[in-house]
Design a protein. Structure first.
Length: 140
């Protein structure tokens, strides 16, 4: 931007710029030309949130589950269902059952006895953490 010749016109588009008026002022001083900052608060593309269920077929376009629609409505039942699926998957993992999404045609390996280790968090704490994460994503 600094090294551009004076005859070059610029257009900047950003959906995440915190202070476009500040940038416009800086460009105005830098290039000694008028700069117009046009701000729109609406989203041209609606924001939706989806989750991909554990164990779902990656090739299936229907596998993604919408948890927040374009109008901003949150489907708490789907979020809770996703949290339960994660909890169930982690229980299987913690018991030594290996499930691999990369090998859709293969069966799970039989349970392997694991050495006793201190668990970092209970299932309820993990589910609450996932719910909190999904809720934070939904609020954006």
């Amino acid at each position: 931007i600094v090294m551009l010749p004076p005859g070059v016109s610029m257009v900047f588009l950003s959906a995440t710029m915190a202070n476009p008026v500040f940038l416009a002022g800086w460009l105005c001083q830098l290039k000694n030309r008028p700069v117009h900052a046009i701000q729109k608060r609406g989203r041209p593309v609606p924001l939706k949130h989806h989750v991909f269920p554990i164990g779902a077929d990656a090739e299936d376009p229907q596998a993604l589950v919408e948890v927040r629609d374009a109008a901003g409505r949150v489907d708490r039942l789907r979020i809770d269902s996703a949290a339960r699926a994660v909890r169930k998957w982690r229980e299987g993992r913690d018991q030594g059952v290996v499930r691999s999404a990369q090998e859709p045609g293969k069966k799970d390996k039989p349970p392997v006895k694991k050495k006793d280790k201190a668990q970092p968090a209970s299932d309820k704490e993990r589910a609450a953490s996932l719910r909190q994460l999904l809720s934070a994503l939904v609020k954006r």
